[in-house]
Ligand binder design. Structure first.
Ligand code: NDP
Length: 291
């Protein structure tokens, strides 16, 4: 059904939004609307800047205006939790919500599709992911979501490496004992050299977003033949980290694939239909080209 048919004949278009602060430059609305149109879903999607002080009222408005779903971005991913009714396992374990769906009786369910998006991209590209140790650089929100998804999927071993060692240790401590996954923290003092095969190495710091020249202090030993390198940074898609990894012979997975997949999982939750990932990726690339 299209939006005009929904308007004239009902039921009215379901409403969705992305809330955060700032939100200018966030391409989610465009990606989701392109996917909705291709699916024949009459949903309308708004991008709304909500300062932290208004978050509680914003969630109340989402309920009152019967929004069918929402995305939540920085700085609200953790702060929104007390205002929701239920959390999915991924939101509970990661301690962050980036997606809201509707439950029965006007309830709001907080989900974390960032981690799920990362995990689906990894698992579909690396069949033996479960046999590999996974190193994650960074201990912020993205790292937390990714670690939670790996722990819930019973990865073999996750090592969190962060500039501020205490944050890595806190995250590791929070994730220990949730499943059989071994989780530990390591300090990141000076250059960290990836010097063995069979690793999955994930860059999950905030370094390099919209900055093609930004480098992190990670090196790859020459002669590696079997390393997978993943980046959460989605623009540029070819980060310095992935370029270095590729030069060293690693297989790479960029952050754009994760961004598409977390959006696709949200759309599946809202519409119960599977959106066209390639179309979503093209939408993101187009949006970034005019930024
Ligand atoms: P946070 O602010 O929560 O965490 C930032 C992390 O980066 C911290 O671990 C911080 O270390 C580290 N860091 C920052 N600067 C440096 C530096 N110069 N050297 C080493 N480490 C540094 O950010 P998020 O985790 O929310 O976001 C990280 C990235 O993930 C962003 O680029 C975001 O856009 C991206 N992202 C991508 C998604 C996707 O779908 N592709 C989804 C979600 C996020 P310290 O603790 O020492 O300060």
């Amino acid at each position: 059904m299209d939006t005009l048919t929904a308007l004239m004949n009902g039921p009215l278009s379901p409403l969705y939004c992305c809330i955060g602060d700032p939100v200018v430059g966030n391409p989610t609305q465009y990606m989701v609307e392109e996917a909705f149109t291709a699916l024949g879903h009459p949903g309308r999607y708004l991008t709304i800047e909500i300062p932290a002080k208004d978050l509680k009222d914003a969630v109340k408005a989402i309920r009152t205006l019967s929004f069918a779903g929402a995305n939540v971005t920085a700085p609200h991913k953790e702060a929104i939790i007390p205002y929701l009714d239920t959390l999915t396992e991924s939101a509970r374990v990661s301690g962050a919500v980036n997606c809201i769906t509707r439950g029965s009786g006007n309830t709001l369910i907080g989900d974390n599709t960032d981690g799920k998006g990362f995990f689906r991209t990894l698992a579909s590209s690396v069949p033996d992911w479960k046999e590999r140790t996974i190193l994650i650089f960074g201990a912020g929100g993205a790292s937390g979501a990714i670690t939670a998804s790996l722990v819930l999927a019973e990865a073999k071993e996750v090592v969190i490496i962060n500039r501020t060692a205490e944050k890595a240790q806190n995250l590791a401590t929070r994730m220990q004992g949730i499943s059989r996954t071994r989780v530990r923290a390591k300090a990141w003092n000076g250059t960290y050299t990836i010097d063995e095969d069979r690793l999955i190495v994930v860059h999950a710091t905030s370094v390099g977003l919209f900055d093609e020249r930004a480098v992190i202090d990670v090196a790859f030993k020459r002669g590696l033949t079997d390393v997978i390198a993943c980046d959460v940074v989605f623009n540029p898609t070819k980060t310095q980290f992935l370029s270095l990894a590729e030069e060293a012979g690693a297989v790479t997975l960029d952050g754009l694939g994760m961004l598409v997949e977390q959006g696709a999982i949200a759309i599946e939750g809202w519409t119960h239909k599977s959106p066209d990932r390639l179309l979503m990726q093209n939408a993101l690339e187009h949006a970034f080209s005019i930024r």
